[in-house]
Design a protein around this ligand. Structure first.
Ligand code: NAD
Length: 356
């Protein structure tokens, strides 16, 4: 198979870290697996090239591709631009254009890095969970919303929590399909004891589950899920939840790992097309110095292989290569313990390529 990949490095450390992921993808090419990668500007780089954070040509390249590998966008030099031209608009418009409604955020703690977590090492060592957050519905988008004057004369703020059956169904399918590529357990998180919207969520998840009898489904209230994530996070495999609960729980789960430079993410649509990116930003404070950790982006490329291209064995190989460089003690500055030797972005890329 030859896969077309749009590579959008973006700004700050984006170009440095995506360059390493591209090298890793080239290193796993074989006669049966090839990548045709096309690089295009996005974010501030898009503005510099075409006065647009998502230039038309960049969008055309993405449309002609099977997946997008994205670096990061943003930088102080773009902060004063009008909103429509700000770097993050490049990412938001891509999400909207491709209807990327499912956000996948793994929280993985490599045993060697368990010390970086604020939780006890034994609670998080070996953690491997995936949070699926619905990204385009819920109280963040529901109408009506606003701040109004009520009869008593005081102001009242209001928002509308809302999910249609079809919106819940499609994220449910994504969750069960993702679980099939992992440990086949889905925990659906809601607040069905209080919120009608999430009672529907629970009912529809149970219905969708009928198509996936090989996957186990459980339900949990969001307040309990927040507790369980810090008490015993290893009990979970895939957690699926709505936009607002997912916003909060996915940040909580990433912090279990303690290392922002290690965490990949994906946003995918109903066809499995996706945008893959590290969860961190463009780190202007270290950009251009060759010290950024490329592993989150390299692991994003593994997610791309797993979830958009269905090349599970290749994804496993990249993840195993990352585990082996960590086991050898190789560290970029952000994941090193005091006194540990530190290597740069390129050297970390070299190590992963060598491990492959
Ligand atoms: P950030 O994630 O860029 O950086 C936070 C801290 O983590 C910094 O100290 C940085 O040096 C460090 N860090 C981040 N990634 C690292 C890596 N791979 N290796 C080593 N250290 C790393 O967040 P911020 O400083 O709040 O934002 C900087 C810029 O990034 C802003 O313009 C923001 O809008 C943008 N941003 C973009 C995205 C995205 O592209 N999806 C996400 C978040 C922030």
């Amino acid at each position: 198979m030859t896969y077309k990949i749009a590579v959008l490095p973006g700004d700050g450390i984006g170009p440095e870290i995506t360059a390493q992921a591209v090298r890793v993808l080239k290193a796993i090419e074989s006669s049966a697996l090839r990548f045709e990668m096309t690089t295009a500007p996005v974010g501030g780089a898009g503005f510099d090239a075409a006065q647009d954070p998502l230039p038309a040509q960049t969008l055309a390249i993405c449309e002609a591709s099977q997946a997008i590998l994205f670096g990061s966008v943003g930088g102080p030099q773009y902060d004063a631009l009008p909103r429509a031209q700000r770097p993050e608009q490049g990412l938001l418009r891509l999400r909207k254009h491709f209807d990327l409604f499912a956000n996948l955020r793994p929280a993985t703690v490599f045993p060697e890095l368990a010390h970086a977590s604020t939780l006890k090492a034994e609670v998080v060592a070996g953690l491997d969970i995936l949070i699926l957050r619905e990204l385009t519905g819920d109280i963040y988008f529901g109408q009506p919303r606003g701040i109004r004057q009520i009869e008593s004369g005081e102001r009242e703020g209001f928002d509308t929590m809302r999910y249609t059956e079809s919106e819940i169904k499609r994220i449910g399918h994504s969750a069960f399909q993702a679980a099939r590529k992992r440990n086949k357990r889905v925990c659906s998180v809601d607040k069905a004891n209080v919120l009608e919207t999430t009672q529907l969520w629970r009912d529809v998840m149970t219905e969708v589950h009928q198509d996936y009898q090989d996957v186990a489904l459980s339900h949990m209230y969001v307040d309990n899920a927040a507790m369980q994530l810090v008490r015993n996070p290893k009990q979970f495999d895939v957690i699926v939840t709505g936009n607002m609960f997912g916003d909060i729980l996915s940040d909580e789960a990433s912090m279990l790992t303690g290392s922002i430079g290690m965490l990949p993410s994906a946003s995918i649509n109903a066809r499995g097309f996706g945008l893959y990116e590290p969860i961190h930003g463009s780190a202007p404070d270290i950009a251009g110095r060759g010290v950024a950790n490329p592993l989150a982006t390299i692991l994003s490329s593994a997610m791309m292989l797993r979830y958009s291209l269905n090349e599970i064995a290749a994804a496993d190989r990249i993840e195993a290569a990352v585990r082996s460089v960590l086991a050898k003690g190789l560290r970029t500055a952000d994941i090193a313990m005091p006194g540990e030797a530190v290597i740069g972005t390129q050297a970390m890329g070299n190590a992963v390529v060598a491990a492959l």
